[in-house]
Write a protein that binds this ligand. Sequence first.
Ligand SMILES: [Zn+2]
Length: 275
Amino acid sequence: MPEMPEVETVRRTLTPLISDKQIKYMVLWYPKIITGDAADFRQRVIGHRFEKVDRYGKFLELRLNDGLTIVSHLRMEGKYRLTTPEAPKDKHDHLEFIFTDGTALRYNDVRKFGRMQLVLTGTERATTGIGKLGPEPNSTEFTWSYFWQALQKKHKNIKTALLDQTLVCGLGNIYVDEVLWFSQIQPLSPANKIPVAAAKNLYKWINVIIARATQMRGTTVHTYLDASGHVGGYQLMLHVYGRAGEPCDRCSHILQKIKVEGRGTTFCENCQVKY
Ligand SMILES: [Zn+2]
């Protein structure tokens, strides 16, 4: 599943591919990709130009001129690629924007879980899932005092609390496991029982790991590719995710894997502390 660093990489690579391109026509092979009225979506985007791509958490915001925004969530396997309308359709291509310059942007999604929604620019928080999201790591809203106070209200285990995007948004399964390993906190520790020094450490590593992963263009797991077809570089730096049964990089104890609310979770029971 693409996480925030991967989605940021998609944003950066997609931007130059579609900026200033005008939509001449739109082909919709799988209408359920669209949230809301698919025919209305198509009718309203034709003739508009892409201006830029923004992002909040794992949501892409594809800005069109005249105050329209396509909010796109890739979910498990969604990907964009620039091609031409003549290129053979892949069986998992679900939607295509055909541009006036003869190129086309296709959306491909093996699992069909991704969604696009057309909204008026500026209403994203009120009309889409963005409204439920907490602050992003490294943002001005994500302060230590905010994080500490929000943590006190979470009675669930810290793994679940970090995956639930209301405390801080943008951390999925991979980076939560990595952040907890760096912070030396066991995933089943109740969030509000973590002492202040350990929580400060956790706060620091959330910011550091997300910044580092974004710089490395994310992690390639399964079929994730950015919009220019490159693979991410962060997978070479993973300490716990996908490494159950291997020795811990810090203490050599064998890493163990458990399920936390259905999510595979890898950690070191020796050097990560259970609070
Ligand atoms: Zn260890």
